[in-house]
Design a binder for this molecule. Sequence first.
Ligand code: ZN
Length: 512
Amino acid sequence: MRSASPLRKSVPAPLAAREGGRARPRVDRGAQRELSSMSSLTEKDRPIVQLLLNTGTCPRCILRFCCVGSQTLYRHPYKDLMKDLKEFLKKNQEKEDTVCFDVVDPPCKRIRLEHTEEGPDDVNHNGGLQQIPSVNNENTAVENLAVKVCNVCLGVLQEFCEVDFVKKVCQKVNSADYQFTSFVFSMSLPPQLSVRECAAWLLVKQEMGATACPDCFKPAKNKQSVFTRMAVIKALEKIKEEDFLKHFPCPPSSPKNLCVALEIQCNNGAVFVAGRYNKYSRNLPQTPWIIDGERKLESSVEELISEHLMAEFKADSFNFSSSGREDVDVRTLGNGRPFAIELVNPRRIHFTAEEMKGLQQTINNSSDKIQVRDLQLVTREAIGRMKEGEEEKTKTYSALIWTDKAIQKEDIAFLDDIKELKLDQKTPLRVLHRRPLAVRCRIIHTMKSEYIDEHHFRLHMKTQAGTYIKEFVHGDFGRTKPNIGSLLNRTADILELDVESVDVDWPPTLDN
Ligand code: ZN
């Protein structure tokens, strides 16, 4: 029962769960063919239909409890379903019925309920015999039930399955102005539906015994709630039947009010945009730089790129990621650093290559601090390639270095001959507040020096990703060994640092 409960998620998809395992004996097929839309119901369903109809259950819930799996039937208008159900009862009552139990004297249109003393107060009692509404009389209980709020689904399968509500949803979706090619319709339902559902199953089980549809009536244990959906479901799984019955009317009482749709929400799946960025400013952080709630610099790389994407994709928010990051005072030159942006709940999702190029141009025209290239739509999975093996990738840097003692060209020339220099780097003092203390082994693959004057030279380095370059130059009080200072036997410091390339072959390079 639990797993088959069609009220848990979208309606009526979970019915398929029961449809699959359903191997119920069909009786009197000849008669069924006459029963118009109710041909999915068998003689065995009749007492269930009658019982639920009497206790204030709506036609679509009745179909669920009769294990009708085909969705077609549920799409019929409410009024037609009610009419057809009555027709079904009428036709069957006119027949000799050997399979159906609990039905006495069809011409009298009465049904005996075995536990009428436990039935709800609002059901008519007649000395153990319950009056079933005559299908020929317009002023019958069945007619009244047509407008009654369902005691199991609170009207979810009444009003919300009708054309008017579907139109309302369509209007909402259309006015939300989304681009999409497929969609999922999901509902968030009141937790008490689970309890009502439980009570209704219990009722059907009690009345019909286990013989009518054993597949449907798995052992039911039940209730007690703290009113969150999960709590209710957990509780329903734990509680014993007799305890459940003490706490909740069975059948569920008829609700006064229809369940209302609080909100119809539209959401689009995220789309992902990737590219490479150059950063030409030494005063621009990659992500917003906020310390103790106070903003230190007015912009950031991610904001300069994302604001245009947000506007074009009409998204709610974004998540920025990149292949590594540079310090606020470090420029990123060359082909730039790969980045990806997740655009959350975008309205617009279709962009041609030409439009993406235009978007890239818009970003580039808006700031001289950054430039982007290879801007393109990518899949969520592809972004993994940007992050994978990040440590193994190489990066190329250019550093402007100062030395305390004078240097000649010859003093630094030997650096060019050093290959695959192994470093031991203790976590730098400047990041120790946010990174664990560790000694990491990093490799400087190659170096090329460029003499400027007695106290300055430029050093080009190809390094393993994750190497702390500033520390490699000044030594970080001996925490990085060896370092440029120790190699030159001088005090060295770094004045400027640029990233010259990030060797990650993703995203694909585009023309122009
Ligand atoms: Zn219902």
